[in-house]
Design a protein around this ligand. Structure first.
Ligand code: LCS
Length: 394
């Protein structure tokens, strides 16, 4: 689409990255090829030397993947995207690209479990040190900065607690001390939050979640602000090999077309279910960014254009009651992952965040009784009815 950067997110979701192609197909073709022919030896050498633009080998770049990368970069209002085989591959690409032995990282305490493990058990082997802090506390972020800090890595809202960090506030600190700020924007999608506009240098997503939205692809993406950072990230991905496959890029690009409209329903349904849970006598606490009781409600209103579909809550009967609830829902499905059209329920302490040490989980606010719902786009009254009957079983 010409000049699509000027359009709204709803229009961009449909048209971004869908350029012209040889046969004028409305949907661009899937280039299901591992490699590309050169016209002659000079052409091949010229492509490898970067003197000419073109495709060489699909680990390096593929037209179907590139079309999706352009689309997501437009939605994030970034320079370019780098599509990866999973959200973890995207996070790994950021760390590989930016960190050297002896560097220090500041990372949110409440992040997807394997992100903590990647830093504390894998990158630590290569001499990278990490401080995990509550990044919703700006003073704590400032205090955690060391002379060797290279990167601040923030997930907001954090998985699964929904704790919210002030992106613009942290970006200011990062800028003052000369370190990069990367934001995991998975829970919001580019439609509800634009970290680059708020001052972040890098944004990443697990595409597996809202961007694809249909629970049928695992993928990730990094979006950067300038060509220099793009080259650094692309090089890291090329050499570690965790790129997105063309067919998966096609599916995720197809999912992206309905992102804006899906997010509207996730937000409407999320709000209604959060209000239902907060008012229910068997519910002890509810964490949802759209509830005035959320500790960072004011920041949420400032930096997010909607509150999303993720809810964390605890029942008065703790984990035992949570298990009864999870084992008795019919329409909600007991499964990990999130951001799809279908509503999922899961127990982070024994599932998505089981990899973390219990003390680390508790320090991040992930109590054993916490239950997480990823609210889908079904009829919200039917979802509430299902929750109601399962809560009645407790
Ligand atoms: N970032 C966030 C915020 C996530 O929630 C996840 C996965 C990732 C990164 C990693 O993405 P992946 O490699 O799985 O594409 N979160 C999951 C969850 O909460 N349940 O299952 C996966």
């Amino acid at each position: 689409m010409e000049n699509s950067r000027d359009y709204s997110d709803a229009t961009k979701s449909v048209h971004a990255g869908v350029g012209m192609n040889e046969h004028l197909a409305v949907v661009p073709p899937i280039y299901q090829t591992s490699t590309f022919k050169f016209h002659d030896s000079d052409h091949g050498a010229s492509l490898f030397a970067g003197k000419e633009k073109g495709f060489i080998y699909s680990r390096m770049l593929n037209p179907t993947v590139l079309a999706f990368e352009d689309a997501v970069a437009e939605l994030e209002r970034g320079h370019k995207g780098i599509a990866c085989a999973s959200g973890m591959a995207a996070t790994h690409t950021i760390f590989t690209a930016l960190l050297d032995q002896g560097d220090h990282v500041i990372c949110s305490k409440a992040v997807y479990g394997p992100t903590t493990t990647l830093l504390s058990e894998i990158f630590s082997k290569f001499g990278v040190e990490t401080t995990f802090i509550d990044t919703s506390d700006i003073a704590a972020v400032k205090e955690a900065v060391k002379p060797n800090t290279k990167l601040i890595y923030v997930e907001t809202p954090g998985n699964p607690t929904l704790v919210i960090s002030d992106i613009a506030g942290i970006a200011e600190i990062a800028c003052d001390v000369g370190v990069k700020l990367a934001v995991d924007n998975t829970f919001m999608s580019p439609v509800l939050q634009k970290p680059l506009d708020l001052g972040a240098d890098i944004v990443m997503h697990s595409l597996t979640k809202f961007i694809n939205g249909h629970a049928d692809v695992v993928g990730g993406v990094v979006v950067v602000k300038d060509e220099r950072m793009y080259q650094i990230m692309r090089r890291a991905l090329n050499h570690t090999g965790g790129m997105l496959a063309p067919f998966d890029a096609f599916l995720v690009h197809r999912g992206l077309k309905t992102l804006a409209i899906r997010m509207k329903t996730h937000c409407l349904n999320g709000q209604k279910i959060a209000e239902f849970l907060e008012a229910h006598p068997k519910v002890n606490w509810t964490s949802y960014p759209g509830l005035p009781s959320h500790p960072q409600y004011e920041i949420a209103k400032k930096q997010m254009s909607g509150f999303g579909g993720m809810i964390a809550f605890g029942l008065k009967g703790g984990l035992e009651s949570g298990k009864i609830l999870m084992d008795n829902v019919h329409l909600l499905q007991l499964a990990v992952s999130l951001g799809g059209v279908e509503t999922l329920i899961q127990h982070p302490a024994s599932m998505t965040h089981a990899i973390m040490k219990k003390e680390a989980r508790e320090s991040a606010g992930i109590s054993d009784g916490l239950v997480r719902i990823s609210v889908g786009i079904e009829d919200v009254d039917e979802l509430i009815q299902d929750l109601k009957q399962a809560l009645d079983m407790i």
